[in-house]
Design a protein around this ligand. Structure first.
Ligand code: DX5
Ligand code: ZN
Length: 224
């Protein structure tokens, strides 16, 4: 069943532990943590020390999305801080195979991320190596943007390529998911649905996660 993965990017960072507790109460089992370097994307967020603090207040799987150039030197620090899974951008990693294997060798699941403008064919040589694939459905760097509709075509293509290859990696989507478009997102073949503003800009994040989890469970998945 598809999982809702709240993104703390739109949470109140002064009350992070309380915000995290709310989504955990709502039934989330994974938490998405956005790391931005002000270089690969035009914004800055957090690093390993904050991940370490988050690790102390939740048992959820920590899904760390590195929006940074040259992420390899930071992988060990994020794993040590408590990251369970780490994703790196194809566009930021000239040695993508090595970056994915490095994450795995540190003991985390390795994900590869594509920007909206990067075709899925760029992943062909690493689909057998990556533990999961994250497709950006907005241009990364900001929360609360509108989903780029073509992102769902990419999800369908990737799901069908996954089937052809007999692989089982989860497909994650990130950006612009709302309660309105969620069923369509799940039907396209998404397994992990990141949601930031929809969850944390709502006055009741716990109820929102629970409601979204229900919508996802009810959306009949069209898996080929
Ligand atoms: C965007 C981040 C997302 C962000 C999504 O660059 O990678 O994880 O939190 O936020 P929403 O769901 O608000 O589009
Ligand atoms: Zn993200």
């Amino acid at each position: 069943m598809a999982q809702i993965v709240p993104s703390i990017l739109s949470a109140d960072f002064a009350r992070l532990a309380e915000e995290i507790a709310k989504v955990e109460q709502g039934g989330a089992s994974m938490l998405h943590v956005d790391v931005m370097d002000g270089h690969f994307v035009p914004n800055l967020t957090i690093g390993p020390p904050v991940v370490k603090c988050i690790r102390k207040v939740t048992r959820m799987t920590l899904d760390v999305h590195l929006m940074m150039t040259n992420p390899e030197p930071f992988v060990a620090a994020f794993v040590e801080a408590g990251a369970d899974q780490i994703s790196v951008h194809q566009e930021a990693c000239p040695h993508l195979d090595r970056a994915l294997r490095l994450i795995q060798s540190e003991g985390a699941l390795a994900g590869v991320v594509l920007n909206p403008s990067t075709p899925i064919t760029m992943l062909e040589e690493v689909l057998g190596t990556a533990d999961f694939v994250l497709l950006m459905s907005v241009n990364p760097g900001l929360g609360g943007q509108k989903m780029i509709p073509r992102a769902l075509d990419k999800v369908r293509s990737l799901a069908s390529r996954r089937e052809e290859l007999g692989l089982k990696f989860p497909i994650e989507i990130d950006g612009g998911v709302t309660e309105e478009n969620l069923a369509e997102v799940v039907r396209a073949g998404v397994d992990w649905v990141v949601a930031g503003a929809t969850v944390f800009c709502n006055p009741d994040p716990a109820a929102t996660v629970a409601r979204m989890q229900q919508i996802a469970a009810n959306a009949p998945a069209l898996r080929t």
